[in-house]
Design a protein around this ligand. Sequence first.
Ligand code: ATP
Length: 287
Amino acid sequence: MGPILELKNVVKTFPGFAIKGISFALEPGYIMGFIGANGAGKTTTIKLIMNLLHLDGGEIRVFGLDSREQEQAVKQRIGFVYDENHFYEELTIPEMTRVVAPFYTNWDGESYQRLVDRFALPQNKKIKTFSRGMKMKYSLAVALAHKAELLIMDEPTSGLDPLVRSELLDILREVIQDERCSVLFSSHITSDLDRIADYVTLIHGGKIVFSLSKEDISEAYFVIKGERSLLTPDLRPYLIGLRENQFGLEALVKDRDSVQRLTGGRAIVERPTLEELMLFSIRETNI
Ligand code: ATP
């Protein structure tokens, strides 16, 4: 089985911003965190995947199908959970469900009802009165009720309290127990991704900085910390996103052995958190 989602040289140009030929792939059975600073291009990329924006170049394949040519077949199998509420705000949940359910050939009314009960979603209130967390849970219930094989979530945890966030992460873990299913999850809350992502893709300025599994990240990157006197012209080329202050220097490095040798073993070498990885990489995008 090939990738569940594959972007190849995807290009989108806006005045003043562009997605510059990005490529990455997500295999079935995994959660990919899609991270980047504000304005990095996460939502634009997700809208391109969902065919909500015209593609200026490249190719997007979902379940091996062309996302443009076979849009309806693809969308039957995607669950889209995103920020801007796309539901009819004046409707209640039962009214809304009567609108969305017929769209999906795979709709499972029983599992839908179980999810609505589990999420304790109110039945007789208009959707416009829902909190962010309730709207997110409702759109997740819809996504799971039609047995989506790919969940695409744009910033699903932003604005949610820690309890609801943790509940969401548990549900995502359950989703990928089915090995056909994958999740693409954009966020700038890197601690959520530290907990659940198998792969991490970092976008910055419309370019992919890296797209790697968490294991590969922990084998490939290190943070070094030490006195400023360690910084020599020989060491400098190894340092990514160097930060210097009165207490010393900090940087991301890939070649740990050379750095150890050049510093005579006097630098502290640690595994980076995703947040550090993002910050250092963004500071120096030629990683
Ligand atoms: P955030 O974390 O803040 O949501 P993001 O990574 O999702 O950021 P995008 O929403 O993809 O970022 O925006 C990337 C850039 O593209 C921004 O500079 C934005 O102003 C620009 N942009 C997005 N949509 C349009 C549009 N329709 N027309 C022009 N520029 C746009």
